[in-house]
Write a protein that binds this ligand. Structure first.
Ligand SMILES: Cc1cc2nc3c(=O)[nH]c(=O)nc-3n(C[C@H](O)[C@H](O)[C@H](O)COP(=O)(O)OP(=O)(O)OC[C@H]3O[C@@H](n4cnc5c(N)ncnc54)[C@H](O)[C@@H]3O)c2cc1C
Length: 385
């Protein structure tokens, strides 16, 4: 399918593919096994200016948008979505800062994010607040010159590895979601530490960890936006970031499709390659159709966002849901057509199947996002009546 990429977009995509094949491919199985954070690859991505892609030019970035970011995430995920998510989370971290930060905050942090010197993370989820993000309990109490944070965040990607965290907390406990605010917290701030590192089914090269705040004093100038805006900023941020999860899903589905085609071409049963069997051809064709449809939807959502559209909740949710369901289906089918070999750790498709599952869960589970899409449909219908 032709997606009419600009020369710059083709260059970014080509570079991301090269890093994936030359740097990620040789280490993906080992890092999946050891659950080690991919610092070597992160350095390669930084040296190749990949962290500049999503930062505006005035802050030493390349000025790309959601679409360029999706191209990079897709290419990295085609080889290893566990490593890709560490990169993607570092794009999620500064999104609130980019949208709502002051000029001083942007000048202070964005150049180091663009160079890859500072990896970032975004922290919303807590033990009591998953799909219901409004149930967060971490507080920030106003004191002279700043805010004191107390509470624990859970399941935070890049936790313990990132230098800079965007953290959503309650500055007014009495107002629920309307009392939430966003803060930038640096890793070495006293009172900020890291708890349990999760052991996961998939994306095992990524770090998923608790963030613990115990009387952690954060300067007032680290608040992003205004007090009480935290929840609304988060909802808007997630609308913007979900095509990135879609791109992760498309990349890993593409990787699984390619692995399945390679395997069925060389595997001989009943005196012929498996790919000669009509049933196998049907499965492969359906996989290819789904991957292309998911890619088209993700690209369309990303381009809608970059066009400056005001609202894109529906497009963004549709892209994430369809692409992640596609990744789960396609990776499962890839294991199926590879048979027993596909089930073994020596082949990449079992890892891809494990990696695919999370794309249906995080940044809004697919059930919750289907609710959101239905809500938008009802609103639209009500407007027509
Ligand atoms: C590997 C990993 C990385 C993560 N990274 C981050 C991160 O960097 N930052 C961060 O803030 N969070 C992160 N998360 C958290 C993630 O976004 C949440 O896990 C996710 O939003 C779901 O919340 P939950 O796990 O509490 O599930 P729950 O909310 O308990 O949901 C459990 C099930 O119930 C369903 N459900 C819940 N409510 C509804 C509803 N209203 N209608 C229909 N079905 C419903 C869900 O779809 C799901 O199937 C991460 C999670 C994981 C596992």
């Amino acid at each position: 399918m032709e997606y009419f990429l600009t020369e710059q977009q083709k260059t970014i995509k080509g570079l991301a593919r090269r890093i994936a094949e030359e740097r990620i491919l040789p280490v993906r199985a080992e890092l999946d096994e050891t659950e080690e954070f991919p610092w070597g690859v992160i350095k390669d991505l930084a040296d190749s200016d990949m962290f500049r892609v999503f930062i505006p030019e005035e802050y030493e970035g390349l000025g790309g948008g959601c679409f360029e970011l999706c191209l990079v995430i897709e290419e990295l995920s085609r080889v290893c979505s566990g490593i890709a998510v560490s990169y993607a989370a570092s794009a999620l971290g500064p999104l609130t800062l980019l949208e709502y930060g002051t000029e001083a905050q942007k000048q202070k942090y964005l150049p180091d994010i663009a160079s890859g010197k500072k990896l970032t993370a975004f922290a919303l989820t807590e033990a009591t607040a998953g799909s219901d993000a409004s149930a967060i309990r971490t507080t920030a109490e106003r004191v002279g010159g700043g805010y004191v944070l107390n509470g624990t965040k859970q399941f935070i990607t890049n936790g313990g590895e990132a230098e800079l965290y965007t953290v959503i907390v309650l500055t007014d406990k009495t107002r629920g979601a309307r009392g939430a605010s966003a803060f930038l917290v640096e890793k070495d701030t006293p009172g900020f530490s890291f708890g349990k590192k999760e052991r996961k089914m998939g994306i095992r090269a990524s770090s998923t960890r608790e963030l613990i705040f115990r009387n952690c004093l954060v300067p007032e100038e680290n608040m992003i936006g205004k007090p009480g805006m935290g929840f609304i900023m988060t909802m808007k941020l997630l609308d913007r970031s979900r095509p990135g999860i879609g791109a992760q899903a498309v990349g890993l589905a593409q990787g699984a499709l390619e692995a399945a085609v390679d395997y069925t071409r060389q595997r001989i049963q009943f005196g012929q390659p498996l790919i000669s069997l009509p049933v196998v051809q049907d499965i492969l064709a359906d996989m290819a159709i789904r991957v292309e449809a998911a890619r088209a939807l993700v690209y369309a959502a990303a381009r809608t966002i970059d066009s400056g559209a005001k609202s894109f909740t529906e497009e963004s949710a549709m892209a994430k849901v369809f692409a992640s369901d596609t990744a789960m289906k396609v990776t499962t089918d890839a294991v199926q057509v590879c048979g027993g070999a596909g089930y073994m750790r020596d082949y990449p498709v079992e890892k891809m199947m494990r990696d695919a599952k999370i794309t249906q869960i995080y940044e809004g589970s697919n059930q919750v996002l289907r609710n959101a899409i239905a809500f938008e449909l009802r609103k639209r219908k009500a407007r027509r009546e």
